[in-house]
Design a protein around this ligand. Structure first.
Ligand SMILES: Cc1ncc(COP(=O)(O)O)c(C=O)c1O
Length: 451
C-alpha cells in the first residue's frame, strides 16, 4: 500500500485500543514504519527518539540482531507447539528454568506462561482463588487493589483496575473487588509527609481487609510503581508495610510487574526496589522486549507447594491459552534475558533514569504548565496543570497536553499522553546523548506551548 492508502485504510478499517473509532478518522494516528535502537521513523520518514519504548515494552530497543536471529532460528526449528497437558517444547522449558533461576532470590519456584500482561494478571487472580480452595478456605474469593492502578483489560484485571475510564463501559464487573487509596504524594487529602502517607494508606488496606472479613479476601494486587495511572511512585516504606498487612491477614500479595519487571525502574524487579517478596508476579512487556507477545505469572514456593500437594482434580490448573509459552515468544525472551545479563541494561536504566529525572525536574521548575515531575529509573511522568500554585488539573483531552506532544513529535521525540500526563518510558538501552535529544525536544515543545 502507498502511504496515502495506508492512512485511508487505517481510518476506514482499523479500530484502535483505547480510542474512539471516529476520533481515529478525524485525528489519524501516527503510522510508525521503522525502528532502530531508541529511534523510530514514521511513514513519512520523520525520525524521532522513541520516548514511549513501544509501550513500556521495547526495553532493548528496536532492530536487535540477537533477538531477530533467535526468532528466525526458532521459526526454522519449530514454529509452534502447545504446552497443554501432555506436550511441551524445549524453549518453554528453557525459559521457565531461566526465569525461576533469575527470580530465585525472590522465592519463585514456578512460572505459568500466557500471551501478555492482561493474561498474566488473569492467571494470578485465578490461581489465587484456586490456592485458597486447595487450602480448604474457599470463601477467600475477594480481591483488593489500588485506586489509579492498571491491571489490563480482561474482566478480572478490569475489575481490579482503579480508573473509571477503563471500567464503566463494560460494567457490571466481577463482584468481590474493592479498592483502597494509593499513596500518591502529589495529590492526596491526607498529608504532605510521604512516610506518614504510606502508613495511612497501609492502614486503609488493613481496615478494608478486616471490614470485608480476612477469611473472604484472596489477594491484594498492586503495581510496585503505578505506570498507566501516571507513574505514581509510592514512598519507600509503603510496600514493606503492605507486605506486613497481607501477612497479618494471610492475604496473598500479587505484584503486577508488567511494566516494572525486567529493569524499568533501574532494578530487575519493582519488588526488589522495595525489598519485598510477593506471592505471585505478573510479567509481560520487557520479558521479550516487546519483540513477540508473551506473558508469565511467576509463582512463589509457598503458593506452588499448595498446588503440588493438592488433590488431582482440584490441584489441576484448568486455565491456559493455546499460545501459552509460544516457542517464538520464548526464544525472543531467552535472547532478551541473555542481553539483560550481559549488557548491564538495568544499571544503564538506573543511570540514564537519574539523568532524565534531573533534566526534567529542571524543566519542571521553569515551565508554568508542569505541576509535578515524578518517576524512577526509566519510567517518568510530567503532570501538566492549569495552575501550578493550586495544582488545578487540566480537563481530560485538554489542548495544551496534546499540543506539547505534537510539538515534541515535530521536534523529534515521540511521547505519550494520558490524561494530563506526558509519560516517558524509553528503551532501557538509551544513551545519555539520546536522553538529551528527548529532553531538548520536550523543552522546545513546552517553550512553544507556554513561552
Ligand atoms: C501494570 C500493567 N498490568 C497489565 C497490563 C496489561 O498488559 P497487556 O496490554 O499486555 O495486556 C499493563 C499494560 O500496560 C500494565 O501496565
Amino acid at each position: 500500500m502507498t502511504t496515502a492508502e495506508l492512512k485511508a485504510a487505517n481510518a476506514q478499517y482499523l479500530w484502535h485500543p483505547m480510542a474512539h473509532p471516529k476520533a481515529m478518522q478525524q485525528t489519524p494516528p501516527d503510522i510508525i514504519a521503522r525502528g532502530e535502537g531508541s529511534w523510530i521513523w514514521d511513514i513519512d520518514g520523520h525520525k524521532m527518539i522513541d520516548g514511549v519504548g513501544g509501550l513500556w515494552s521495547a526495553n532493548l530497543g528496536f532492530g536487535r540482531k540477537d533477538i531477530r536471529d533467535a526468532i528466525v532460528e526458532q521459526l526454522d526449528e519449530l514454529a509452534f507447539y502447545n504446552t497443554f497437558r501432555g506436550t511441551t517444547h524445549p524453549r518453554a522449558i528453557e525459559l521457565s528454568a531461566r526465569l525461576v533461576k533469575l527470580m530465585e532470590p525472590d522465592g519463585v519456584t514456578s512460572v505459568f506462561f500466557s500471551n501478555g500482561g492482561s493474561d498474566a494478571v488473569e492467571g494470578a487472580l485465578k490461581l489465587a482463588r484456586q490456592y485458597w480452595k486447595l487450602k480448604g478456605q474457599g470463601d477467600r474469593t475477594k480481591y483488593i487493589s489500588l485506586r489509579m492502578g492498571y491491571h489490563g483489560v480482561h474482566f478480572g484485571g478490569m475489575s481490579v483496575n482503579g480508573n473509571t475510564n477503563f471500567r464503566r463501559n463494560y460494567e457490571p464487573l466481577l463482584p468481590g473487588c474493592f479498592h483502597v487509596d494509593t499513596p500518591w504524594v502529589y495529590r492526596n487529602p491526607y498529608t504532605e509527609n510521604p512516610e506518614r502517607l504510606a502508613e495511612i494508606c497501609a492502614e486503609q488496606l488493613d481496615r478494608e481487609i478486616s471490614f470485608q472479613g480476612s477469611d473472604t479476601v484472596a489477594a491484594f494486587i498492586a503495581e510496585p510503581v503505578q505506570g498507566s495511572g501516571g507513574v505514581i511512585v509510592p514512598p519507600a516504606n509503603y510496600w514493606p508495610l503492605i507486605r506486613k498487612v497481607c501477612d497479618k491477614h494471610g492475604v496473598l500479595l500479587i505484584a503486577d510487574e508488567v511494566v516494572t519487571g525486567f529493569g524499568r525502574t533501574g532494578h530487575m524487579f519493582g519488588t526488589r526496589l522495595w525489598g519485598v517478596k510477593a506471592d505471585m508476579w505478573c510479567l509481560a512487556k520487557g520479558i521479550s522486549s516487546g519483540y513477540v507477545p508473551l506473558g508469565a505469572t511467576a509463582i512463589s514456593a509457598n503458593v506452588a507447594e499448595v498446588f503440588q500437594q493438592g488433590d488431582a482434580s482440584l490441584g489441576s490448573v484448568t486455565h491456559g491459552y493455546t499460545y501459552s509459552g509460544h516457542p517464538i515468544a520464548a526464544a525472543a525472551a531467552l535472547a532478551t534475558l541473555d542481553a539483560l545479563e550481559k549488557e548491564d541494561v538495568v544499571g544503564n536504566a538506573a543511570r540514564q533514569g537519574d539523568y532524565l529525572m534531573q533534566r526534567l525536574k529542571d524543566l519542571g521548575q521553569r515551565n508554568r504548565l508542569i505541576g509535578d515531575v515524578r518517576g524512577v529509573g526509566l519510567m517518568v511522568c510530567l503532570e501538566m496543570v492549569a495552575d501550578k500554585a493550586t495544582k488545578a488539573s487540566f480537563a481530560r483531552g485538554a489542548k495544551e497536553v496534546t499540543e506539547v506532544a505534537r510539538e515534541a513529535y515535530r521536534l523529534g521525540a515521540m511521547v505519550r499522553t494520558s490524561g494530563p500526563n506526558i509519560i516517558l518510558s524509553p528503551a532501557l538501552t538509551i544513551s545519555r546523548s539520546e536522553i538529551d535529544v528527548l529532553c531538548d525536544a520536550l523543552e522546545g515543545a513546552f517553550k512553544k506551548v507556554a513561552p
